[in-house]
Design a protein around this ligand. Structure first.
Ligand code: NAG
Ligand code: NAG
Ligand code: NAG
Ligand code: NAG
Ligand code: NAG
Length: 470
């Protein structure tokens, strides 16, 4: 955004008020020029410039110091009607209680809520819903899949609403059939208005991983909030180390049934491909899915540590003339960028052959400090957004340009610690920062803002960077 005001005023005193509280948002500049002794006499100039949404970078959309929930009056009342878990939330009461579960429900509710352990990990958007996921990596997470209304007037400490309802998010299981959601890291939303995610089925506490049920792919129809598909990932596509923390869905236009999903296995160092039509999955192995031993050092929020996460998220291009997309991928402990065609991945024979010849392409090295958590690609502009965890920044790369043109969209050592999720929805980019290393290696101050959702229009966000299309 560039605007220049040239004011020539001899013997004129002026004072201006510049509302810089939200410098990335609407900027109101009031310039009051007040004369005192000018040749032409008293002159009063009042200029108001309203610049709407013209700013580059990201805007803070929602912030939380600690996560709280919209508690329901009927919580813990176990209705056993056939599809109670598909009902919309009713009887919702908002409690102010920011310190612990409200007394009112404590006595008769089985819910364990410890706000310190509720670290949001994933974000995504469908229409007016901003979804927020909280994996059960400690005890005290009352609900793993939640949303808030994007149009909410309240923007700070907005209570999360369990989705599609409270009951199915409760742990221990209230369904009697292990149908409840146990632990969800990140979610995908496809062009057929479907929400896809993997429920890892694992409750983690410090040094204690308890498997409640198998890894399960679950698909929800967002138009009526109903669960439309469940698929247990079979043992032969998993390893003892498997961690499925993100997924990307590949839905051909006009053919919702022919969708594929790709699950990077960040600790098992592989990729799982799932075909919805065949209701089957297979595992792809390749060295490029592993960690890079010299790129595992991180210094974030004054904590230095070594991580060994391999392939962390995968990004799809638009459909190419051959009918397939390219899939970009990278390891978290790594700085290289790779790609492979979905023509290879979707064909089980090709995907699982022991030697891949030149199917997997090395694009290049992004350079030191460019370790990336999640990324996503805006298909109409070919702009990829990357969560640069080692720089507390969101980066961008126009995939039509050399990798060296990777740029910073927004960086802040205090407010952007750990971009945990990056998602494109329509023409907007959404980023969740969650200060996670501060939680893992220190202690968060729950009276300060720890969790933020940022966003902007894609083309606006990259203005002034090398990612811009000219
Ligand atoms: C591990 O966690 C599970 C579920 O939370 C619990 O039932 C079990 O007692 C824990 N085991 C240990 C050794 O703490
Ligand atoms: C898909 O496979 C799962 C196995 O996890 C099975 O339970 C389910 O019934 C299958 N769904 C369809 C539509 O075939
Ligand atoms: C890191 O340490 C510096 C120096 O003590 C301090 O100013 C800064 O606030 C710390 N950053 C965080 C994120 O805690
Ligand atoms: C999968 O790839 C193999 C080997 O190239 C090929 O023979 C086969 O026709 C392909 N299958 C499909 C469904 O395209
Ligand atoms: C952010 O922190 C890094 C590492 O401590 C430092 O090199 C960099 O200069 C900081 N950036 C800003 C804008 O303060």
């Amino acid at each position: 955004m560039l605007f220049a005001l040239i004011l020539v005023a001899v013997q004129t005193r002026f004072h201006h008020q510049f509302n810089a509280n939200r410098p990335r948002d609407k900027t109101f500049v009031y310039i009051c020029l007040r004369n005192m002794q000018s040749i032409l006499g008293t002159l009063i100039l009042f200029l108001t410039l309203v610049v709407k949404g013209q700013s580059a970078g990201l805007n803070e959309e929602f912030t939380w110091s600690r996560i709280n929930f919209q508690w329901s009056a009927t919580l813990g009342a176990t209705s056993r009607s056939a599809n109670y878990y598909n009902k919309r939330p009713t009887d919702v009461i908002v409690f102010d209680g920011e310190t612990n579960l409200p007394q009112k429900t404590q006595s008769r509710s089985p819910i364990d809520y410890q706000y310190e352990n509720n670290i949001p990990m994933g974000a995504n958007v469908w229409k007016d819903k901003l979804f927020i996921t909280i994996p059960r990596r400690r005890l005290g997470v009352p609900s793993t899949l939640n949303y808030v209304s994007l149009s909410s007037d309240n923007r700070h400490n907005v209570p999360l609403i369990p989705y599609p309802n409270w009951n199915i998010n409760l742990y221990p299981d209230t369904s009697g059939n292990l149908e409840n959601f146990i632990s969800i890291y990140r979610i995908a939303i496809d062009v057929c208005d479907r929400l896809w995610f993997v429920d890892t089925g694992i409750v983690e506490t410090l040094g204690n991983r308890t498997t409640i049920k198998p890894h399960q792919l679950i698909i929800i129809n967002l138009k009526n909030d109903e669960i439309i598909h469940r698929y247990n990932l079979p043992e032969d596509v998993l390893t003892p180390a498997t961690v499925l923390a993100s997924l990307t869905v590949d839905t051909p236009k006009g053919s919702c049934r022919d969708a594929y999903a790709y699950f990077p296995d960040l600790a098992g160092y592989g990729l799982i491909v799932y075909s919805l039509r065949e209701n089957q999955s297979w595992r792809v192995n390749h060295n490029h899915f592993h960690l890079e031993p010299l790129a595992g050092e991180f210094t974030i929020a004054n904590h230095t540590f070594q991580w060994n996460d391999g392939v962390f998220s995968v990004e799809l291009t638009d459909i190419k003339p051959d009918g397939y997309r390219d899939m970009y991928f990278h390891s978290m402990a790594g700085t290289h960028m790779y790609k492979v065609s979905t023509r290879v991945l979707r064909n089980e024979t090709l995907a699982t052959r022991s030697y891949h010849e030149d199917d997997f392409i090395v694009i290049g090295n992004r350079g030191p400090g460019h370790q990336t958590s999640t990324a996503d690609l805006h298909k109409p502009t070919d702009i990829m957004f990357l969560g640069l965890v080692n720089q507390n920044a969101l980066g961008c790369w126009n995939v039509k340009k050399p990798l060296e043109s990777i740029s910073i969209v927004q960086q802040n050592n205090r407010t952007m610690i750990y971009p945990s999720d990056v998602k494109i929805s329509q023409d907007r980019v959404y980023v969740l920062t969650n200060t996670m290393p501060g939680f893992l290696y220190g202690r968060l101050n729950y009276d300060e803002t720890n969790f933020r959702v940022w966003s902007n229009d894609v083309r606006q966000a990259v203005k002034g960077t090398k990612c811009q299309n000219v």
